[in-house]
Design a protein around this ligand. Sequence first.
Ligand SMILES: NC(=O)c1ccc[n+]([C@@H]2O[C@H](COP(=O)([O-])OP(=O)(O)OC[C@H]3O[C@@H](n4cnc5c(N)ncnc54)[C@H](O)[C@@H]3O)[C@@H](O)[C@H]2O)c1
Length: 273
Amino acid sequence: MRTFTDRVAVVTGAASGIGRALAARFAGEGMKVVLADLEGEALATAARELAASGGRVLPVPTDVARAADVETLARRAVEAFGAVHVLCNNAGVAGHPAPIWEQSATDWEQVVGVNLWGVIHGLRIFLPIMRAQDGEGHIVNTASMAGLVSLPNLAPYHATKHAVVTISESLHYELGLAGSKLRVSVLCPGFVRTGIMDATPPATTAEMRRWEDGYRRLIAAGTPPDEVAVRVVDAIRHERFWVFPNPETKVGFEVRVQSILEERNPIFQPFFD
Ligand SMILES: NC(=O)c1ccc[n+]([C@@H]2O[C@H](COP(=O)([O-])OP(=O)(O)OC[C@H]3O[C@@H](n4cnc5c(N)ncnc54)[C@H](O)[C@@H]3O)[C@@H](O)[C@H]2O)c1
């Protein structure tokens, strides 16, 4: 999609981190931006701040895990701005570090609800609207490098992010086969400096606290979200499917693919002390 000015973007998880940076970047490109996030002060503040710097924004409290909320989001976006040209299915949660035998059904449901059902509802509900417009448009699904490698102690997160990668690839093929003008990208960051660990339930053992602290340190030292947003806008403009803000992390994927191709058992390489 070459033209951004006066077009409409919908961003989920827009009150914080990568989503907030995406919303600011789209507003900076002259787009109208629908900010979707859980109801609360963070969403109101993000909308107020973007509006104060000249952005045309509409905050819509949304739980992306709930189909009815995502339907309301789509309806309100179209009512307010007449169309949707860019959809960023970005809202996500990390879950808490624990081995699979300590992840409860509720732990799985929370992570799958936001990270996977959120993307599914976004696609199910917005694709018919965007296809019917019969013009240029772009969907960005936020996965992660966690969608291309498997690590211990965050299995629900990795499972959902792998799912987001494969759904995005299927959609890419399907749009091509249908001759659609819509495009899709999958965003696979490494560590990004955001509030993602703030929503993480406290670890229950000393060993899991060590993992949680390790992730917190890596995220605190991660890429600024603004840099990720620049990459995303560039990928939309140049119709690039894969978005890797941290290309150095691809080495983990390479090691994994080699072990699959050579049928060697996976070997875990610790990535923090
Ligand atoms: N931070 C990283 O290192 C990193 C790396 C790779 C991928 N990601 C992905 O980036 C995306 C954005 O995360 P972030 O790092 O900016 O975290 P963040 O916590 O700063 O932002 C996520 C936003 O999503 C919102 N959210 C959570 N549950 C929601 C729900 N049910 N409905 C609507 N909104 C909801 C939160 O309120 C928050 O505002 C996520 O999908 C995450 O998995 C993050």
